[in-house]
Design a protein around this ligand. Structure first.
Ligand code: UDP
Length: 333
């Protein structure tokens, strides 16, 4: 077990970062949350402002700032990134530049200080051609550059390669997670993520926007389970130096998900099928079936998710538990 007394969380005011901070604070770990508030929320209802929490509003590409913050910590969780398919598709260039610069800065600062880092990567790295379930030693694939979506995946993949290279050449202690669709209370509907969006639409009695035929499938994982996985890896040095899928187990089609949300809320929102081209333009592409193989992390730290799909949907609807930041709607179309 690693001591874990004080941790830096980049993206600490974001959805997963705030849940992670909350969990660590509850375990007596001091937290420094670094966030530029481009999509994060501060004050953050999930976190509150408890003792042991320091919030720093700043840029993760600011090498001097990051070096100073890393210095006082014994672990770094690097979660900050441009997130949400909608934002990525709208600003592929910004996505690439920001994700690349911030990840490089944080990894290099951690390597220089010899502080272990957990890097949040993404199931997007598996690309459009992978066959479910996705395993960590599968080769990744990317769509062509005409499809702006893949800048996100490419910078996440580049970050993974950097972590491994810094591990090999400069002795950086690291662990990489590929996060699959993570949902739960506090996730904003403003950045396009499907579950909070469906909940929002069903609540308002508005049409539920199912993209394409709705037969594409995803496996959702409750953010509380995801956070348990991240903490378990951080506390288990024998798991470091590797890459792990972190995600749920129960596959659901997007059309069925819409139906379940509607039913739970007793909503009479109609289901509206929106062609991808109408939602995102000509060059859009996405993975048809996305599902993690989570055998590796189960073996390394004994983790598997405890909350099933019904609980996930109920919690997303309730917004209960750790508190839900007020929805930010300014980017919504
Ligand atoms: N989706 C949808 N309607 C929406 C938002 C998303 O049908 O309003 C679909 C999207 O095309 C994808 C799935 O829901 O197949 C999950 O989308 P999300 O953006 O949450 O995550 P992704 O899996 O694309 O990273």
């Amino acid at each position: 077990m690693s001591p874990l007394k004080k941790a830096l969380i980049t993206g600490g005011a974001g959805f997963i970062g705030a849940w992670l901070g909350r969990a660590l604070l509850d375990q007596g770990v001091e937290i420094v949350a670094l966030d530029d508030l481009s999509t994060g929320t501060w004050p953050n209802p999930t976190l509150g402002e408890p003792e042991g929490l320091t919030f720093v509003r700043g840029d993760c590409a600011d090498a001097a700032l990051v070096a100073r913050l890393v210095e006082g910590c014994d672990f770094v969780f690097h979660l900050a990134a441009v997130v949400g398919v909608r934002r990525v598709v709208e600003s592929p260039l910004r996505t690439a530049l920001v994700n690349q610069a911030t990840t490089l800065t944080v990894l290099e600062a951690a390597a220089a200080a010899g502080v272990p880092v957990l890097l949040a990567s993404s199931s997007e790295v598996y690309g459009p051609l992978a066959t479910a379930p996705f395993r960590e030693d599968d080769a990744g694939s990317f769509g062509p550059p005409e499809q702006g979506r893949w800048t996100y995946a490419l910078t996440k993949a580049a970050g993974e390669q950097m972590a491994f290279a810094l591990g090999r050449e400069r002795g950086l202690p690291f662990v990489v997670v590929r996060l699959f669709n993570t949902v739960g209370p506090g996730q904003s509907a403003a950045f396009g993520m499907v579950l909070p969006r469906f909940v929002d639409q069903a609540r308002r009695g508005e049409p539920m926007t199912v993209y394409g035929d709705g037969e594409q499938t995803r496996v959702f994982c409750h953010v509380a389970d995801v956070v348990d996985a991240l903490v378990a890896l951080a506390r288990t040095p024998s798991s470091w130096g590797r890459l792990y899928n972190v995600g749920g187990v129960q596959s659901v089609s997007i059309r069925d998900l819409a139906g379940k949300v509607r039913e739970r809320l007793g909503s009479d929102s109609p289901i509206r099928h929106v062609p991808f081209v109408q939602a995102f333009g000509d060059d859009f592409a996405e993975a048809r079936h996305r599902q993690p193989d989570i055998g590796r992390i189960a073996q390394a730290v004994g983790w598997s998710p405890r909350r099933g799909l019904d609980r996930i949907i109920d919690d997303a609807i309730e917004g209960a538990g750790a508190g839900a930041p007020a929805p930010r709607r300014e980017h919504e179309r």
